[in-house]
Design a protein around this ligand. Structure first.
Ligand SMILES: [Zn+2]
Length: 425
């Protein structure tokens, strides 16, 4: 990987990860049944479009007037109940992996599989960055409704991994219970969990203040000075590419495989066994223009850019190393790890990103939330404000944004089914 030649700057091993006193709602059987019935009736009453249309046309199957906002859940517990209930209704086989019942009760990664093995497989994952699970879960929920309505989709296998980072989803964090960014946490070797880019180390005090927030935060002037000094692309790469030396810092990739990473590493082979080609779309938000969808290809995957452009539209594709790309190259990516492990299945992997706010606003929100998480606490004003701000940055309340994200997400996934059906992946 491009980012792995970092000088080891290990300086603190004293960080004590803990789930804290989280009280997520558990999935009550009655509530699940009620919700399942409600969703079922809703689907039936809304009418179902011609299944064949989805496989042959570019148009999304969700009508413009449909209130796509309804797919968004108020919190993780509700999202999980709806996911499980709708997956059952759609005839999916379900698996559930608890993160840690002792320290993180009620938190699990849930897997729904529809369709048999030995088929081209669409793998759709959500919530690797916990707070981004709001939008990812909404797209998965909408997709499940499509799968209930459309027999054509069932010729392929669909595997949905819901809330890879449930702790972050529950607590309005991008990271998990150990402050680990899971999309920097998938490495083949323990040696990769070390070091930080030199520029990140220099910026540690700015990025990760160790006090509660003050009335006048000089984030924006400091950020602009930093950009002037280093340039935006270099800065973005240094800050967001991942680091393994500052356990309370932003974009910390961990000291070893996280709990979700261990669950995935142990079980993923059984979820994908026999796949006749895999297309893995990992759903994310917070990078790019408002509501716009981009498929980000890692450098290794960029050799297939023509395949992606043909199937998803050239305007949607951002190749690794492409001039002017808004993304950065990160180490320890979940999808890349999967692709390397399951390469024998002709594994295609892209990050499907939906833009929200300008990058500095998002960084400011990440910094404020991380600061409040470590140095303030529940019940304090800055804590609540920082959580609300972060959720807005990764899942805007705007109904137009939400509708667009779900519709575009379903549209692109529909194109993914078509691409995989044609068998030339
Ligand atoms: Zn993300």
């Amino acid at each position: 990987m491009v980012c792995c030649n970092w000088k080891a700057l290990d300086k603190s091993d004293d960080f004590e990860p803990a789930c804290g006193n989280i009280q997520p709602a558990t999935v009550s059987i009655d509530a699940e049944r009620m919700l399942s019935d409600t969703i079922g009736k809703q689907v039936l009453s809304e009418g179902i479009t011609d299944p064949g249309q989805n496989m042959t046309q570019d148009s999304t199957n969700i009508p413009e007037q449909d209130n796509a906002e309804r797919f968004f859940s108020a919190n993780y517990a509700e999202a999980r109940i709806r996911f499980v209930a709708t997956a059952k209704k759609a005839g999916a086989s379900l698996l559930s992996y608890s993160i840690d019942e002792e320290t993180c009760p009620g938190l699990s990664i849930d897997i729904a599989t529809i369709g048999g093995s030995n088929a081209p497989t669409l793998l759709i994952t959500s919530g690797v960055h916990g707070v981004e699970g709001y939008a990812g879960s909404a797209i998965q929920f909408a997709l499940l409704e499509q799968l209930m309505a459309n027999d054509q989709f069932r010729k392929l296998r669909t595997v949905l991994i819901h809330a890879v980072n449930p702790y972050g989803f529950v607590h309005g964090r991008r990271v998990n219970e150990e402050n680990v960014d899971l999309n920097r946490n998938f490495h083949a070797s323990q040696e990769d969990y070390a070091g930080a880019p030199e520029t990140y180390s220099r910026l540690d005090r700015f990025l990760n203040p160790t006090t509660r927030s003050r009335a006048f935060d000089l984030f924006y002037p400091q950020a602009l000075l930093t950009i002037a000094r280093y340039g935006q692309p270099a800065l973005r790469q240094a800050v967001a590419g991942g680091q393994y030396a500052f356990p309370r810092g932003l974009f910390f990739g961990g000291k070893g495989p996280s709990r979700p990473a261990r669950i995935i590493q142990e079980h993923a082979a059984s979820w994908l066994s026999g796949a006749d080609g895999v297309l893995h779309l990992d759903l994310h938000t917070g990078l790019g223009s408002w509501g716009a969808a981009k498929m980000l290809l890692e450098p290794e995957e960029s050799r297939h850019a023509a395949w992606y452009a043909e199937n998803f539209g050239a305007e949607t594709i951002v190749s690794g190393g492409q001039t002017g790309r808004s993304a950065y190259e990160a180490s320890g990516l979940f999808g890349l790890w999967m692709q390397r492990l399951f390469g024998k299945y002709h594994y295609r992997f892209a990050t499907l990103e939906f833009g929200t706010y300008p990058v500095l606003r998002v960084l400011q929100a990440l910094r404020a939330e991380n600061r409040a998480h470590h140095y303030s606490g529940p019940g304090k004003k800055d804590y609540a404000k920082s959580k609300a701000q972060l959720i807005e940055c990764f899942c805007p309340a705007s109904p137009a944004w939400r509708s667009k994200v779900v519709q575009t997400g379903i549209h692109l996934i529909g194109r993914g089914y078509r691409a995989m059906s044609s068998g030339d992946s």
